[in-house]
Structures are given as structure tokens and as C-alpha cells.
Ligand binder design. Sequence first.
Ligand code: ZN
Length: 314
Amino acid sequence: MKVASSGGIAIKLEDKWILLDPISSPGIRPDVILISHAHRDHYNLNVLRTFYDVPLVASKETFNIIVQGGYLRNRKVFRMEDGEEIEVEGVHIRAENAGHIPGSLQYVINEKVVFTGDFCLEERNVLKPAKIIEGEVLIIDSTYGRPPYIFPERRELYERIERLVREKCAEHGYAYIVARSPGVAQELVRLFMDKSYPLLVHINVFRYARYFGIKSDFTVISGITVSEGVHIYPYRLKNKLRKIDENTIVVTGWAAGWNDPYSLPLSSHSDFEHLVKYVLESGAKKVYTVWGNARSFSKILRDMGFESHQIALR
Ligand SMILES: [Zn+2]
């Protein structure tokens, strides 16, 4: 078995190249391409179009979100669901829920290699948690693969965000929150749907709401306003919003490393403790780390006695 960084994660198993989450042109010709989920740092439409005749595997939701950003002309498309197994080009693939965003999947390849994609082991108000899958070789998301990134429990974070919102609404009449979309932004929409505040949701958060099973029960806005209530905006508007309200509530896992009372580490990813738990319970003999803190996490695993390598992308 060979594992390489080649436009994405390229693995060679029994003469077949399997390309995972390609973000740029690979140096190999893949036999099959797998996409874990529809976040833009996990696929590239041009690469998918270039390999239009190569079988492409992803969930139905992932395909639906991807094609919102542009056309796909791939001829052999396989839409997989949680728990489903298929054989493509002689490669056996099993899909399991990853709990990260709607349609996010982990893949088990030839019953040997487990690829987690981005995943979350915690139960959320909008998504089921990922299961830990046993396998000989593990390729694991390492975004938060360092000890500072240990998050409090979700219920506690929900309470802390609500407390901040309560304070801000009492003081100014409104509270701004920014979070990644699709992902935590919709989780926050769900959290504030049952509360007594008027809820205002930015259109770029609303457009993914249906994938989370959220029906419109709020006001959809296309720009920034100072109307009364709780406002949920995509993360990219953070700087603009902080110019209007410097205490805009920022929700991201990276906040665990900041010392800012208005930033909270609610994330669609697993924290450091859950990454270690996954590795320990997977029974993997070999662990490849990828994304974010992959280098640090790989070193930590080696110090723990695992055979581990970092897959350096970009
Ligand atoms: Zn993601």
C-alpha cells in the first residue's frame, strides 16, 4: 500500500489509485475519486471535470451542494448513504456517517483503510455523531490535533452562547453571531429557533438550512442590519461585523486557542481528545494525519508509540 499527497490524498491499493478529497491536479490518474463532504477545501470542480470519466463517489447531499457551485459532467457518479457498501473498479467501499455536515461520510476502503474526512463524535442538535470505525490503516482529520484544542461539552457551549446573546440583547437589542456555513451556523439557527428572540438568518446560512432539516421559521436577510434579535451570519463577515459591534460573537474551534470572552469553540470537527480517542479505539496499526495540525498530531502519536506519518497537502 502506498499513500501520497497528490492533489489530495492518493492511495494505491492492489494496483488501483484511489484519490480522496482532491483540491488540485493530482500527479496520478485515479481509478476512483471519493469526496468526504461538500466543504470547499475538500474538492475542486476543475479536477472533478478533468476526470469526468473516472468513477466519482460521494453522498447525495454532497453532490447536491457541489453542483450549486457549478456544473459537473462526470459520467459515473455513485451516491452513497451511511452504512452502504459498493464495489467500484474492483475497489470495495463502505460509507459511514461522519457527523460533520449533512452528507459528510467516512469511507472504509477494501476493509483495510479508514478515511475519516472531517468528523465529529459529539451528538449535535442537527446531526448524529460519527462512529469510530476499526481498521488496519487510519487516515484521520487532524485540524485540532494539538492539546490547546480541547473543547468544553456542547451543552455547556450552547449555554454560554445563549448567556452572551441574552446579555447583548438586553444591552443593545441585538446580538451578532458568526459561524461556518454549512456547519455550526445552522446548528446555531436550530439552537435559537426555540427561543423568544426574533431570529434573523443570513441568506448564505439559510441556503443550506434544508439539508439540516430546518424549515424557515425566521427572517432571512441578505445584508447586515441592526434589527432587534439574534443575527446569524457566515464566518466570512466577521471583520465587517466586528467594525459595527466589536463584541460580535465568533464561534469556531480555533477560539479554544484565543483568550476572548466573545469567541467560543463550538465546532463541526472533533477536538484533540476525540482525535486521540478515535486513534486508540480504531485499533489502527498505522495512522496518517492530514489537514490543520497534522504535523503536530503525527508527532504526538509517534510519542505515544504509534507508527504515524503526516500527509502534507499544498
Ligand atoms: Zn469540513
